[in-house]
Design a binder for this molecule. Structure first.
Ligand SMILES: Nc1ncnc2c1ncn2[C@@H]1O[C@H](COP(=O)(O)OP(=O)(O)O)[C@@H](O)[C@H]1O
Length: 159
């Protein structure tokens, strides 16, 4: 399991870890978004909470994660669970189904660095690539001109 604040580098670490160990990357947020796309009742309910920036109720999230962890690929290759648990009740529920991580990784990044990263982060809407104005600047003027900021990348979010 892996946990980290926004801009802590969680996405990058997830990619490196899953590649290195051949694990299945399971993101609670991605599972929820897939559920919404499927148009299911759970998806409709989850959407209401996500739009308000609230946690989706355990009844939905726990079963969804449990089902995904139970699938053959996760069982055979092992898994890296990202964005779950977000409460002690979620942790307890999953443990009750017999799922326990070998490791729990917490990415600790000082707050001032998180703020600097979030404020300078930019998205290329054409390729989906993430840049940082200072640490990972765009390769060309053309890309620089079209970069956008994720609407929720604000100093408020980082703090
Ligand atoms: N473990 C979880 N329990 C409840 N709700 C969750 C969980 N993980 C994600 N969500 C819901 O999905 C939304 C998006 O999550 P995520 O993709 O991790 O992005 P963010 O980094 O913006 O929180 C959250 O704001 C929350 O509403």
């Amino acid at each position: 399991m892996i946990s980290g604040a926004p801009a802590s580098g969680k996405g990058t670490q997830c990619e490196l870890i899953t590649q290195k160990y051949g694990l299945v990357h399971i993101s609670a947020g991605d599972l929820l978004r897939a559920e919404i796309s499927s148009g299911s009742e759970n998806g409709k309910l989850a959407k209401e909470y996500m739009e308000k920036g609230q946690l989706v109720p355990d009844e939905i999230v726990v079963m969804m994660v449990k089902d995904r962890l139970s699938q053959t690929d996760s069982q055979q290759n092992g898994w890296l669970l990202d964005g779950y648990p977000r409460s002690s009740s979620q942790a307890t529920a999953l443990k009750g189904f017999g799922f326990q991580p070998d490791l729990f990784i917490v990415l600790e990044v000082p707050e001032d660095i998180l703020i600097e990263r979030v404020v300078g982060r930019r998205l290329d809407p054409v390729t989906g690539k993430i840049y940082h104005l200072k640490y990972s600047p765009p390769e060309t003027e053309e890309i620089a001109a079209r970069l956008t900021q994720r609407f929720d990348d604000t100093e408020e979010k980082a703090s």
